[in-house]
Design a protein around this ligand. Structure first.
Ligand code: HEC
Length: 144
């Protein structure tokens, strides 16, 4: 009888442990939703419309003229820097994969919405085997 009781207890304890793990997974999922990363699938549309003419639909750019965004550590690195480049543009020399570029990246602030900027950055950070995290509209708004 003792054995049966303790077995029942064990099952009950194991069951509790399991359900609390489930609860914490649910809590972190809702925390992620609160950070509200923009949808990369909306970003794909923005990318094809506004970026692909220079950076190319496959993100490979044009050697010597437009830097690749695929496999580019600057794109998947500090999101603040990427947001600043897309909002304010970039002029000056950048080097990607040992290739120099000194073109002009247009400023997108006021050209497309902050939502679209967040979505397109989330897209370029995760497309083509890039592994950068998404950015939220709030992050985009916080950078002038
Ligand atoms: C008219 C051509 C053109 C368009 C359109 C364009 N870019 Fe660029 N982009 C450039 C050039 C040129 C550079 C490099 C600037 C330099 O040499 O200083 C660049 C650089 C960048 C960089 C920085 C790369 C690095 O290695 O530092 C990012 C990120 C970027 N572009 C994203 C975008 C996104 C997102 C869009 C669309 C919303 C876009 N670009 C549209 C021409 C363009």
């Amino acid at each position: 009888m003792r054995i049966v009781v303790s077995f029942v207890l064990l099952v009950a304890v194991a069951g509790c442990a399991k359900s609390s793990r489930g609860a914490s997974a649910a809590a972190s999922a809702s925390a992620a939703a609160m950070r509200n990363p923009a949808s990369p699938s909306d970003g794909a549309t923005v990318y094809l419309t506004d970026c692909s003419s220079c950076h190319q639909p496959d993100g490979q750019g044009v050697t010597g003229a437009f830097p690749p965004l695929a496999g580019n550590g600057a794109v998947t690195g500090n999101p603040v820097a990427v947001i600043a480049i897309v909002k304010n543009g970039l002029e000056g020399r950048v080097t990607v994969n040992n290739q120099g570029y000194s073109g002009i990246m247009p400023s997108w602030k006021g050209q497309i919405s902050d939502d679209q900027i967040a979505a397109v950055i989330s897209y370029i950070r995760s497309a083509w085997n890039n592994h950068g995290g998404g950015v939220s509209v709030l992050q985009v708004q916080s950078i002038k």
